[in-house]
Structure formats: C-alpha cells, structure tokens
Design a binder for this molecule. Structure first.
Ligand code: FES
Length: 604
C-alpha cells in the first residue's frame, strides 16, 4: 500500500503562500513597543526558560527516561492552509489554540506574521477562534470585543472601558506596573504560545511564550523542528496534504501505517540523540516491487507477475526510513543512507489528543513539473482509507490496554507493562516498529494530559472490562469531508468549482431540451415572418431571429446530441471528482479492495 502512494504522489506543487524560512523566525511581526524588542526582556526570559529544554542523554540504547514531550515543537497546520487574517483553531494534547497568519500593517505576504494563543478568552472563556483578526492584526473575541496582541497575548482593548476611547496608548496606561522581562501577565491577558514556520508548516511550542522561545533559541536550550533536507533543495517540488484522524492520538501508533510493511531482512538501526531529541534511521536494500518479491522470490514463483518494464540496472538503492521523535518520519530511496533521494515522503503526526491525531504529509520529488495539489489529495485519501478503518480497531485495543496499565499501577509509575505486551512482533522487518513501540511505551504516559485522557476514554468506551459496541461506523471513520476537505482550501475550492460546473451543465441541458420541445429542430420559422406587420414588434422579431438561429445550429440533431453529451460528461466528471472529497470507501468498495489481497499476500 505504501508503494501505491509513493508512485502516484510523485509530482509535486511548490508552496504557494508559505516561503521556507529559518525556524528562528519565531514571530515575524513584532509591534513597536512590544517587550519582544527588549534585550533585557530576552535576557530575563533566558533565566526563566523551562527546565524541560535539557537535551536527552545519549547512551547507546536509550531507555528514553530523559525524553521530554515538553521540549519539542509540534506541527499543527500547513501555513498555506491558513487563510490570511482568519483565526483558526488547532489542537495539541487535548488543548485548543487559535492560530492566525496576519498581514495587517505589512507590505504583503513577505511580511506576514504567524501568531498563536490558547483558544480561550480570559473574560468569559469563549473560544477566540470564533472571533476575528482586526485591521491592526490583533485577535478580537466575538462575544464582547476584547482584543489581544498576538505576539504577547496582552489585552489591548476592552470596548466597555475607557480604553476604547484611548486606543492602544490607553491600554498601556491602563496597565499595572510592569515587572522586568517584558511585563507580567495580567488576568485580562490571553496566553501566547511560541510559533514558527519551518518548511511550509506552522509549529507550536506550547511550553514557551514567544519571548521565552527567542531566549531559549539564543542560549541554545531550544532546538528548531527537525527538517527533511530535500524539501529545501533546488530543483525539487513539494506537494503537501493534511487529514484529521480518529486514531493514533499522542503521536502514537499511527506510524505503524508507514513502517510495518516490508520484507524480511535484518536491517541495521542507527540511533542518534541530537539536541532536538531521538532519531532512528533504518536503511535496507530496496525491493522494487513488494508484490513481485512476495510471489516470485519468497514463494518460489507460486504466482508469477508480469515483468516490470522498469529497468532495474544499477546499484540497489537503500530504502531509508528516518524517525525523528516524537512526530516526524521520512522515507526515500537513496544511494546510501545519507545521500539525497529523488523522491521523499514526509509524514508528521500532530498529537491532537487521546484517540485522535492530525496527519500531515509531503511528497517531494526532483522534477520541474508541478501538478495540482487536489489531484494528489484524491490519491492520498484513497490510500489512507484502506488502513484507517483497521487502525481504529487497533487504536481501541491499545487504548484499552494502556488504561488497564494505568489502573494497575501507581500514578507515579512512568512505565506501563500492560501496554508493552499489546503487540506481537515476529518479523525482522519490524525492527524499526519494534523500537518505535519501545519509545512510545516508555514515554507516552509522560506526554501532556495523557494519563487522565486515556482513563476518561476508558470510562466512556468500556463496561465490565470489555469494549462497548462495535465502535464508530465506517462512515464516521472515513468521513473525508470532515477530516480533510473542510481544512484544505485547495480541495474545498475544487469542490465548490465542481458544484458550479454541475449546476451549470444541468441548467444548460434543461434549457436545450426545453428549447427543442418548444421550437422544434427544423430550420426556418419565425424569422421568415419577420418582415410581416410592424405590430409584431421589434422584440418579437429579435426573438424570432434568435430562435431561428438556434434551430439552424444547436437544435439540429447532431449539435443537439453533442451538446447534451458534453453537458452530461461535465456533470458526471464533476460529480466523480466531488465524490473523492466525501465519504467514499463504503462496504462495496471494501469488498472490492479485499479481492485484491491475494495479489499482495499469496494463497498457500
Ligand atoms: S468572552 Fe471574550 S470578550 Fe467577553
């Protein structure tokens, strides 16, 4: 299944809105007078940098006891998917944030800025993502109009107070005495969160405010997000995708989807502990076609496949998978483990919460050609549907085991022996998944809000130690519109275009048929009477001419049928494309897919 995605998603589309920037561009528009301009503020914040930034120790085989989820950046959305000056809600570890790409007061996209606040108005706890971005670039709550500076969270206007008459200057005078280090957070201030844009993706660091992140970057205690080198290389095109899943919360087992298939071998697994966390690299000789390998080599030619026309001369490429904890994985075929690949898949699992996750993907290819982003999304959605339904069942089983582990152990016990024994590994090809499993087993219980979230899930979904019901339906699990189309402007724009084409082609067909019924298809008619009594009037004469022209052209049998067929084809084509962005993989489609299993895993 991995092969299908890799092959079809090869052509890419360069980022349209979001230029690749250095991760140190934590905030891009710092208002004059902001404490972020103050060197003293940065120095003061350096002292207050959370201790979680301490780098992981690097023994040969880490037990991961030093891994800290709070020391990492997390991807939340592609920058290009944020419509300018529209607040958008994202979620990490079951906490909502509002993010915005603002262009207010700037020269344009070059100077755009990205901000993030905890998605809660300090006044009456309404979601700020339901509000708007003002002309001045502030977040404004939709309920009573309080406004907040995106870079600091500072409340800059309360319409019902004197501040409203005095503007931002009034807000300053309204302030209480400031402490050193950029100002104390007041009860009326929102909570700002560090945000950066790297490789076209918006990343949050929930443990840091923007000023703390700047300070930590300056003193080397906070590293930037891990990157995929090819995305920044000349001559490569990248296309990106996004989908919300009801599976694999907390950057957990969703990675199984990408690393568990393969062939038997004994791959070397290199592990490193860069300052940004834990990194594992698995590099094995690439198998050109897994299906052919399975049939022709492992089973001794039980089921022959047609020889691939593709030339396989030259040295065998190394299929290289790199996992960069806690949320990034990339795969590519390289001459050696570190050489550039002609095609690289990147996957990021954004840990939205227990039992859910946001999946972000990129396909980077060395090519001068770009294809529309929505075209690759259709292919990716088909690929993802195949496994997602299975993974929901898997996810229920692992969450149940994890909860049982917590219930059986003291809250202070970081390990979870029950969860550890959930899976059975027997193939050497699962070396990387096994190691990833060890990583998550050892660390998940320490991720934010995990333990209480899993126990709450357990209370909702089990009774007497057993899972309740069959779980969510196929329609709920594979709802592409909710999970993808709504959050992808390119796909939702395409669906709107399809709607327009369907509407217009239907109208054109109906109008044509009505005209033929009313006017008939023969030549001649009203126009020939146009020279009659003047009382028929100029309008009647004009209509007559048009009707006559129609009879001579589009209403003749040949053009009439051709136009009707074109309208029908447009309607059908648009409805098929539109269907790709809604629920599609129903029972019938599943049965069709199951028939193909024998091509992948041979009968014995
Ligand atoms: S709840 Fe936000 S301004 Fe009142």
């Amino acid at each position: 299944m991995k092969i299908i995605w890799a092959a079809a998603a090869a052509p890419g589309l360069a980022f349209r809105h979001a230029p690749v920037v250095s991760w140190t561009r934590i905030t891009t528009r710092i208002p004059p007078g902001s404490p972020l301009h103050s060197t003293a503020a940065v120095e003061s914040a350096e002292a207050a940098v959370p201790s979680s930034a301490a780098p992981l120790s690097s023994p040969k085989r880490a037990d991961f006891s030093g891994f800290d989820y709070g020391a990492h950046w997390y991807p939340v959305i592609w920058a290009r998917d944020l419509r300018p000056n529209e607040p958008t809600r994202v979620t990490l570890f079951d906490v909502d944030y509002v993010v915005a790409r603002t262009t207010a007061g700037t020269a344009g996209e070059e100077d755009e800025a990205f901000y993030a606040l905890v998605d809660e108005c300090p006044h009456k706890k309404v979601a700020l993502s339901e509000g708007r971005v003002t002309k001045g670039g502030d977040f404004q709550c939709s309920y009573h109009g309080w406004s907040f500076d995106g870079s600091t969270g500072r409340c800059v206007e309360i319409p019902q107070t004197l501040i409203a008459k005095q503007g931002r200057a009034g807000a300053e005078s309204y302030d209480k005495p400031q402490q050193s280090g950029g100002g104390r957070r007041r009860r009326e201030d929102a909570t700002s969160v560090a945000v950066t844009v790297v490789q076209g993706m918006v990343w949050l660091q929930p443990n840091y405010t923007p000023i703390e992140a700047l300070a930590a970057a300056a003193n080397g205690t906070l590293s930037g997000p891990p990157t995929i080198p090819e995305i920044d290389e000349e001559g490569y095109k990248t296309t990106v995708a996004i989908r919300d899943f009801p599976i694999a919360g907390q950057a957990g087992k969703g990675f199984d989807l990408y690393v568990s298939d393969g062939v038997e071998n004994k791959p070397a697994l290199d592990e490193e502990w860069p300052s940004s966390g834990w990194k594992a690299t698995n590099s094995v000789p690439a198998v050109e076609k897994l299906i052919a390998y399975n049939s022709n080599f492992r089973l001794g030619g039980v089921k022959k496949k047609k020889d691939s026309k593709k030339k396989t001369d030259g040295p065998t490429k190394m299929a290289t998978t790199i996992f960069h904890a806690p949320s990034v994985i990339s795969m590519g075929r390289r001459d050696n483990a570190t050489a550039p690949a002609a095609f690289v898949s990147g996957f990021w699992v954004s840990p939205t919460g227990v039992g859910r996750s946001r999946f972000m993907a990129s396909a980077t290819v060395k090519s001068p050609i770009s294809v529309p982003r929505w075209a690759t999304h259709m292919n990716l959605n088909n690929f993802l549907d195949q496994d997602t339904y299975l993974l929901v069942g898997q996810n229920r089983a692992t969450l149940k085991r994890e909860a049982e582990g917590y219930l059986a152990n003291d809250a202070s016990d970081a390990t979870n022996p029950v969860r550890k024994s959930t899976y059975v590994y027997r193939s050497p090809s699962e070396k990387l998944p096994t190691r990833l499993g060890q990583f998550f087993d050892a660390t998940l219980s320490r991720s934010p809000n995990r333990r209480e979230g899993v126990l709450a899930w357990h209370r909702r979904n089990t009774e007497g130690g057993k899972l309740i019901g069959p779980g969510p339906s196929r329609r709920e699990i594979l709802d592409r519109h909710e999970q993808h189309t709504k959050i992808c402007p390119d796909s939702s724009d395409l669906v709107e275009r399809c709607d327009r084409v369907m509407k217009r082609s239907r109208l054109a067909a109906v109008a044509l048929v009505l005209a033929r019924l009313l006017l008939g298809g023969g030549a001649g008619g009203v126009a020939e009477e146009a020279g009659g009594p003047l009382a028929k009037g100029i309008i009647q004469w004009t209509v007559g001419l048009a009707a006559d022209a129609a009879r001579r052209s589009v209403l003749r049998p040949g053009p009439f049928v051709a136009i009707l067929a074109a309208a029908a084809a447009l309607y059908r084509g648009s409805s098929l494309i539109k269907r790709e962005f809604h629920f599609k993989t129903d029972e019938g489609r599943h049965r069709h897919d199951v028939k193909a299993i024998s091509d992948m895993w041979a009968d014995l």
